[in-house]
Design a protein around this ligand. Sequence first.
Ligand SMILES: C[S@@+](CC[C@H](N)C(=O)[O-])C[C@H]1O[C@@H](n2cnc3c(N)ncnc32)[C@H](O)[C@@H]1O
Length: 210
Amino acid sequence: VGVRTPKYTLAGCGPGSLRFLTVEVLELAAEAKVLAGASRLLELFPASPARRLPFEGPIDAWLERLASLEEDSVVVLVSGDPGCFSLASRITARFGIGACRVIPGISSVQVACAALGLTWENAAVVSAHSGLPRTWPDETRDPWVVLMGASGAEATVAAVAEHHERHCTVCDDLTLDTERIVRVLPQTLASLSPHPRRIVVLTRKSNHES
Ligand SMILES: C[S@@+](CC[C@H](N)C(=O)[O-])C[C@H]1O[C@@H](n2cnc3c(N)ncnc32)[C@H](O)[C@@H]1O
């Protein structure tokens, strides 16, 4: 009995720079019949002859367009890693994991930790991306890596940093030419305008610093 190749390949494209794409994803994109995903990810593969399905409009309508494609294979590009607060989980929920193959990518969480010289084996990843978190991790977890994006995220994360006495480091546009990584006071974080690609890393203060 032959094993059917899953129709959907969910390809992690890293944090945005071509330099952080894997060779695997470059080859998949070059050979793809259809490339689907956010426009900025599609633009990473200008030479691919694939038909393009940009992610736009309401997600449910877009998933139906994916479902109705006649091609038997589609490469869906997702940012970072498909396993971390990703559009990929909407696709596996809609089509079933059996219809999907998952290709890992470098997560923005990994890049943020590496940039700050932090290990992430004890990290807690928190999403303030499509809504504000209702709960926060256990105090023993460190760092807390917060994916930003929701309205009010800066003020909320600033208040949490103040309350839990954690340092805040803002990481915008990781790996891109516009990358900006800066340690800020909570009140400065609270005053920042939202940014589409922002992680805030909250680290525990050691006992002898304030
Ligand atoms: C829907 S989540 C996807 C996360 C992705 N799966 C990952 O592993 O990086 C989108 C959030 O990831 C973070 N993000 C993605 N790319 C980033 C980058 N280049 N710099 C900073 N944050 C980034 C931002 O917090 C953004 O709001």
